[in-house]
Structure formats: structure tokens, C-alpha cells
Design a protein around this ligand. Structure first.
Ligand code: KIV
Length: 304
């Protein structure tokens, strides 16, 4: 760990040995009241979930962005509940402090509150998630209410909703006209009234996000929504340079791990071809006498 990361880790964990206190959904809501900014990052497996946790991030979203950055689909539409539950379960095995949110994939909630309840319950029962996220505005209000009434915390998601990419004509910034921005504001208020504990604002003009943030008492988590949201989220693979196919303007790359991975694998490839790997340091020996016995056994013709 670099010194900076170690300091962040220690401030969260209270030193190297103290157990981290698990954050809860009410803790996240309280952060807005207390004027504390919220950090959220996606993760899709146990190894990265552990690293995200160690960095002190407050919320891990097991996003259906997995469809693109992990599963290799061109968009998030093909992702299934089974895909999501498997990844979410791995994330919950890797992370202990952050609030864990399972992203409801396309088709898992649009068919009505009953299907939404059954699928959201899978995230809690089979994958150890604390809450679920649902894309959409006023049309999801009844579903959000049904989930919350039945004890499932919901993070809403408005603005650019990637599950509608075909209908929107691509990954485009939303709420750019006064009329569309007003509709988004009304949707956000309706989702708060329905019981959502927070809301993602994706790819909308910063002043619109600022207005939503001011109007709501639940936290807004921005992605491409400017600096005035209560929190920020990015897709892990964008942050680490692990996904090169599509780079939205809002996605800041904090490291280029992808290039390092390629360099490391090239070195492996070259060493194997040159016969320099594995060397003695990476190989096992056995006692000379055992080796002799083996050789003698092989030299002697087998008794018939
Ligand atoms: O699926 C995802 O990763 C998301 C974030 C971009 C908010 O929904």
C-alpha cells in the first residue's frame, strides 16, 4: 500500500487491527444530514470488493454495468438476475464495511411489484446485499413503494438510465431542456416520497443535479452530474483503466492497471517461450534418494 492509501485505510479502520464498523443504510442517509460526502464504487467480485472496502469507500454497487465491463456485452440489457446474484454474493464475501447494493437488471422489475419483490429478495437472501437499485422515474414509484413497504431498501436511479439505451438512442446526457429537467425533478421527489433512501443522478447537467440535491432530503449520488451531489459513484473498471471499449466524459481514470496487466502477461509469455520460467525459485525439488529409487524402479523391467 502507498502511504496515502495506508492513511485512508487506517482512518477508516482505526489502525491496522481495529475491526471496521459495518455501515448501514440509515448511516448513509445521516451522512447527508451531517454534511458528509458519500463515496460509492462498483465491484463485481470478492477480490476487488476487498480492495474497494480497504480504500474506505462507503457503498459498493454491484452494478449491471458488469454486463459491459465484465461479461463483454455491448450494453446492460442482456444481464440476468442469476448473473447479478452470483457476482453480488462474491462481493459480499469480500467486503465488510460498505453498504452493499444489488442492481436490479433489465426485466427483473419492469413486470410489476411482485416480480420486483421476488427478485430483490434474492439479492438479500442469496447474496447478502443491504439494498437494491432500480432505474427509472415515476413509472417505478409503485414498485419502489412495494419494496420499501416489504422491508427492502431502494436506491433510485434517474437521468441516463442505461437499460433504456436503445430507446434513448445511445448513452446521451439527459434533462438538458427546462421541460425534461422539470420532469426529472418531479420524478426524484416522487421516488423520495415512495421511500427510496437515496438516488443516483446519471449524466445530467450540473445545475439540474444541484437543484435535485437541494430539494431532496435523501442523498443524491452523482455520476456525470457535477460536484453538487451528496456523493459520487464511478464504474471501477473505468477508474482503473480496465475497460477500453467506451469511455464516457465523466469517467475519470485514476490508474492504468490495464496496461500493467498487459505488460505483466507479455513478460510471462516471453519467459515461457524463452525457457526462463519457471526457474529454481518457482519449482519444487525432492530428496536425491527418492529420485534414485524412482529411477531404479523405472530402469528395472517389470516382474510378470
Ligand atoms: O450499473 C452501474 O454501474 C450503475 C452506475 C453507473 C451507477 O448503475
Amino acid at each position: 500500500m502507498t502511504e496515502k492509501v495506508e492513511r485512508a485505510h487506517d482512518s477508516v479502520y482505526g489502525g491496522a487491527t481495529a475491526a471496521p464498523k459495518k455501515l448501514t443504510v440509515p448511516d448513509v442517509v445521516a451522512m447527508k444530514r451531517d454534511g458528509k460526502r458519500i463515496t460509492m464504487m462498483t465491484a463485481y467480485d470478492a477480490a476487488f470488493a476487498r480492495l474497494v472496502d480497504r480504500a474506505g469507500i462507503d457503498i459498493i454497487l454491484v452494478g449491471d454495468s458488469a454486463g459491459m465491463v465484465v461479461l463483454g456485452h455491448p450494453n446492460t440489457v442482456p444481464v440476468t438476475m442469476d448473473d447479478m446474484v452470483r457476482m453480488a454474493a462474491a462481493v459480499s464475501r469480500g467486503a465488510s464495511r460498505p453498504v452493499l447494493i444489488g442492481d436490479m437488471p433489465f426485466g427483473s422489475y419492469q413486470t410489476g411489484p411482485q416480480d420486483a419483490l421476488r427478485n430483490a429478495a434474492r439479492f438479500l437472501k442469496e447474496a447478502g446485499m443491504d439494498a437494491v437499485k432500480i432505474e427509472g422515474g415515476h413509472e417505478t414509484v409503485d414498485t419502489v413503494r412495494a419494496l420499501v413497504d416489504n422491508g427492502i431498501s431502494v436506491m433510485a436511479h434517474v437521468g441516463l438510465t442505461p437499460q433504456r439505451v436503445a430507446m434513448l438512442g445511445g448513452f446521451k446526457t439527459q434533462a438538458k431542456s427546462a421541460r425534461a429537467a422539470r420532469r426529472l425533478l418531479d420524478d426524484a421527489v416522487a421516488l423520495e416520497d415512495a421511500g427510496a433512501f437515496s438516488i443516483v443522478l446519471e449524466s445530467i447537467p450540473s445545475p439540474v443535479a444541484a437543484m435535485v440535491t437541494e430539494r431532496l432530503s435523501i442523498p443524491t449520488i452523482g455520476i456525470g452530474a457535477g460536484p453538487d451531489c451528496d456523493g459520487q459513484v464511478l464504474v471501477l473498471h473505468d477508474v482503473l483503466g480496465l475497460y477500453g471499449d467506451f469511455k464516457p466524459k465523466f469517467a475519470k481514470r485514476y490508474a492504468d492497471i490495464g496496461a500493467q496487466v498487459t505488460d505483466a502477461l507479455r513478460a510471462f509469455d516471453q519467459e515461457v517461450r524463452a525457457g526462463t520460467f519457471p526457474d529454481a525459485d518457482h519449482s519444487f525439488t525432492m530428496k536425491e534418494e527418492e529420485l534414485d529409487k524412482l529411477r531404479q524402479g523405472l530402469a528395472r523391467p517389470k516382474a510378470v
